[in-house]
Design a protein around this ligand. Structure first.
Ligand SMILES: Cc1cc2nc3c(=O)[nH]c(=O)nc-3n(C[C@H](O)[C@H](O)[C@H](O)COP(=O)(O)OP(=O)(O)OC[C@H]3O[C@@H](n4cnc5c(N)ncnc54)[C@H](O)[C@@H]3O)c2cc1C
Length: 451
């Protein structure tokens, strides 16, 4: 049985980070059968984090962020072709060119795409961008290098904030609009988002919070935007950074549990069907997945984290070629990083799974700190600002469900001096962008299902 699993036909849909790492891991795990990777982008797998950082700053070009290949996955690459469906019974992936690929086991790694501006005509104005692909980044970088008068960034999540930071580094005038009370509030909660707002304003960003953009103006080319408070921002470039949409539409007829929050799977990366029955030949990895995590109340997590895509791809690949008792759970602690306005922000755990926070090291004034998040008396997350060295310590506290507030340990001053304050994690339905890690079951403090 176990030998059979190392043979046969495996199809991976999604030729990006999770798809590539899974393909490599399958060979490392001893899979000798045929492997086909389908991707709708025409490119070999490339890395996205540099697209909002080095590429916008002109330190790298968009076509140079190709992902390093750790070992040749000896796969047939079907690039530039979209998968349009899956027939679970016939075990075939349908392609847009009419072909269908038979599989014994399938891995779905179709990730997310940028949420577009809702008005298609306004979105088509010259100078309006989203940022997800190599093409997006190349086009935007070119426009920024040409020295626009002002850039408008809609949405103060991680991507929007990184774009604003890059603009300021390039010496460009930039306005950021955020529907919530501060940038990054959806991901990091109330206290740290206040620091994010201070950092943006100190760096010269025209930050408008508590407002939405009601219309993009222009006649052919973008000239500015109307805001919900009646004001207007004149700008010649606009970046719509309203979060991501999971690429699941192609699975609508498949019978899999695929919806706006992703494809539900078990901790072993096996997809659920629409009745909640686990499949045994369809696996999921990366941004498109949602999976239960025992440390966070078994809630289903949707992550948009580079590290999660890599780790989950490894677990999925292992389980695809291993018999039941040898399968592994995907239980790693979510982690994420961002660089913006000269700060190095790192997060472990699920900050939105919290009711209180405490500053365990450093201070807001020093702009160097470790903030620990707790839920019902135990540590569930930590975020460091320019203090990444401490992160492993806090990861350990999360893994061991340590008591919150944490005892003095790695802390450089007595925790007892700090008083936990409410984490002020907002209701995600009120934000203009989503957090990069979302609970897709009940929120900690409310009986609310997020759809
Ligand atoms: C600008 C930017 C900055 C980021 N910065 C950070 C960061 O600082 N830190 C961090 O942790 N994470 C960051 N991320 C997130 C990180 O890049 C993602 O978590 C990672 O790319 C997820 O990989 P994935 O393979 O799951 O999905 P994706 O990278 O989204 O890849 C999915 C692939 O599948 C393809 N596809 C979709 N549907 C189909 C279909 N039907 N048929 C065939 N192919 C299909 C897509 O076109 C895409 O190529 C950033 C992302 C962006 C866009």
């Amino acid at each position: 049985m176990s030998d059979d699993l190392k043979k046969g036909r495996i199809v991976i849909v999604g030729a990006s980070l999770a798809g590539l790492r899974a393909a490599e891991a399958l060979r490392e795990e001893g899979f000798t059968g045929s492997l086909t990777v389908v991707g709708d982008e025409p490119h070999a797998p490339y890395d996205r984090p540099p697209l909002s950082k080095q590429v916008l700053l002109g330190q790298a070009t968009a076509d140079t962020t190709g992902l390093p290949v750790r070992r040749d996955p000896d796969a047939e690459w079907r690039l530039g072709v979209r998968a349009t469906g899956v027939d679970l019974l016939a075990k075939r992936v349908l392609l847009e060119d009419g072909e269908s690929l038979p599989y014994d086991r399938l891995l779905i790694a179709t990730g997310t795409r940028a949420r577009p501006w809702p008005d298609a005509e306004e979105a088509a104005l010259d100078g309006v961008f989203t940022l997800r692909t190599r093409e997006d980044a190349g086009g935007l970088a070119e426009r920024l290098a040409a020295g626009p008068e002002r850039v408008l960034v809609i949405g103060g999540g991680f991507t929007g904030s990184e774009i604003a930071s890059a603009c300021r580094e390039l010496g460009l005038a930039v306005s950021v609009t955020e529907r919530g009370p501060a940038p990054l509030v959806g991901a990091l909660g109330g206290t740290l988002s206040k620091l994010a707002a201070v950092m943006q304003r100190n760096h010269g960003v025209d930050l408008r919070t508590g407002v939405t953009v009601t219309a993009l103006n222009g006649n052919g080319a973008f000239t500015g935007a109307q805001l919900s408070d009646g004001s207007r921002v004149d700008a010649d470039v606009c970046v719509v950074a309203l979060g991501a949409i999971r690429n699941v539409e192609w699975l609508a007829e498949s019978g899999l549990a695929a919806g706006p929050r992703g494809i539900a799977c078990d901790a072993g990366c096996r997809a659920f069907n629409m009745y909640g029955i686990v499949t045994d030949d369809v696996f999921v990895a990366g941004d498109v997945s949602r999976f239960p995590h025992p440390l966070f109340g078994y809630q289903m997590l949707s992550l948009e984290h580079w590290g999660n895509a890599v780790e989950q791809a490894g677990v999925a690949a292992h389980n695809m070629v291993s018999p039941g008792p040898l399968r592994r759970p995907h239980l790693s602690i979510p982690s994420f990083w961002s660089t913006q306005f000269g700060l190095n922000i790192k997060s472990v755990g699920v900050p939105t799974y919290s009711d209180h926070v405490v500053i365990a090291q450093g201070s807001l004034e020093a702009r160097r700190l470790a903030m620990v998040y707790g839920y019902q008396g135990r540590v569930t997350a930590a975020v460091t600002v320019d203090m990444a060295k401490s992160l492993d310590y806090y990861r350990h506290l999360i893994e061991t469900a340590a008591a919150f507030p944490p005892p003095p340990g790695a802390a450089d001053r007595a925790i007892a001096a700090d008083i936990p304050v409410p984490s002020l994690v907002p209701d995600p339905s009120g934000l203009s962008h989503g957090p990069t890690v979302a609970l897709t079951g009940h929120l900690p403090d409310r009986r609310l299902t997020v759809v």
